[in-house]
Design a protein around this ligand. Structure first.
Ligand code: NAD
Ligand code: DAU
Length: 349
């Protein structure tokens, strides 16, 4: 295996931290540079297991700053980029779309420009863009998203990701930039910021607070264990064909209300509470504007061409997830209180 110098953006976030740990531990001959602005969603504590590894390097910086990125590329001469940094929460994009435009679109173009300018030859170079199934829009009761499904984003978040996907593809076709891309379904697992459905509900159940299910709860998502997504990124990074995109999903569709009920059962069991007590916290609230009805991924291409498949099923994954949040109360406490900034100062000042 060749030595590589890889820039991973957004490595202090939910998916990024699993990917960084996988790459640092699995490939001791790779130098992994984690570039992250440490927004509210980035948490350096997520990476404490690898912080002292000699092939791991943390850089605090913002992809909205194009001049900074060009300098960084010049200084480090990265040969690959795996780009995950993004504003990722749909509800926030409805309240504040401009942050999504600036990071997800402008930030991505800044990275593309820095790579294009720095890579005088494209041999052995790769720009890997990590994206979402939300770019395809909303499905009805039938059908699956394939790699050729036309884009039809419907929230500011998904529109910003769709725009970044198109720009990455445009740099490939126009300038020959060597790119790959993947579009993944809903991830779940440890280290997810507690604004997203699962960690929010786990925390609320623990504290006997209401579980705000949007609308009637009859919305469908395809759930994937986050470590399986990290493994898929590893496979696409090493074996994906240039200029191609790969859909990544769990073959694991759940209506929100059924998923929440399964979580409630799991939490009753883990907390030793009477069966049915967590479900009593379910409260139907005002719907998310433009709420996409159903997402479901056809992951045949990545299975057939790159031999990737999800490794665990929901019941097991949900239990592991709930257990992790219950056992890591201080992580939750720190990320919601800002105490992780003190940790950052101690480690890096
Ligand atoms: P996250 O919100 O947990 O983490 C995002 C990370 O990016 C944070 O560490 C944050 O500090 C960093 N960041 C944000 N703006 C930045 C900027 N301007 N400069 C540098 N760093 C910045 O997100 P996530 O859930 O881990 O998602 C990672 C990527 O995967 C995103 O591109 C997202 O669109 C995509 N994705 C997520 C899911 C999912 O279910 N979470 C599914 C498919 C695709
Ligand atoms: O599909 C991939 C996408 O999955 C990623 O691209 C996004 O970054 C990620 O945030 C996720 O988007 P969703 O909007 O699907 O995730 P969220 O956890 O916000 O919501 C999951 C479902 O649960 C969705 O149908 C909305 C619903 N929901 C969510 C919250 C936070 C509720 O009913 N109540 C809630 O409080």
């Amino acid at each position: 295996m060749k030595n590589k110098k890889i820039l991973i953006t957004g490595g202090a976030g939910f998916i990024g931290c699993h990917l960084v740990k996988l790459m640092v531990n699995k490939y001791s001959n790779y130098e992994i540079y984690n570039l992250d602005a440490l927004t509210y969603a980035g948490n350096i504590e997520n990476l404490k297991d690898v912080a002292n590894k000699s092939n791991y390097h943390f850089i605090k910086g913002n992809i909205q700053d194009g001049a900074f990125l060009k300098k960084l590329f010049k200084e480090h001469q990265f040969d690959s980029v795996i780009h995950l940094a993004a504003e990722s929460h749909v509800d926030r994009s409805i309240l504040s779309p401009m942050d999504f435009i600036m990071t997800n679109i402008v930030g991505t173009v800044n990275l593309l420009e820095a790579a294009k300018e720095n890579w005088t030859s494209f041999d052995e170079k790769l720009f890997y863009h990590v994206s979402t199934d939300e770019v395809y829009g909303s499905l009805g009761e039938e059908g699956l998203f394939t790699e050729t499904t036309p884009y039809s984003p419907r929230s500011p978040y998904s529109a910003s990701k769709a725009s970044s996907d198109h720009l990455v593809m445009a740099y490939h076709h126009t300038y020959g930039l060597p790119i790959v891309m993947s579009n993944c379904s809903n991830n779940y697992g440890p280290y997810q910021f507690p604004e997203k459905l699962l960690p929010l509900f786990i925390n609320n159940i623990k504290n006997n607070k209401p579980l705000p299910v949007y609308g009637d709860g009859n919305y469908t998502r395809d759930w994937l264990w986050v470590k399986d997504h990290a493994k898929a990124i590893d496979v696409v990074f090493h074996e994906g064909k240039l200029g191609e995109t790969y859909n990544v999903g769990g073959h694991n569709e759940w209506k929100n209300i059924d998923f929440v009920n399964l979580l409630c059962e799991t939490m009753d069991e883990l907390l030793g509470r009477e069966k049915g007590s967590s479900a009593k916290l379910i409260t139907f609230v005002k719907d998310r504007p433009g709420h996409d009805l159903r997402y479901a991924i056809d992951a045949t291409k990545i299975k057939n061409e790159l031999n990737w498949e999800p490794s665990i099923q929901t019941k097991e994954g949900l239990k592991l997830t709930a257990q992790w949040y219950l056992e890591n109360e201080s992580w939750l406490e720190n990320i919601t209180s800002g105490a992780y900034l003190d940790y950052y100062k101690k480690q890096y000042s």
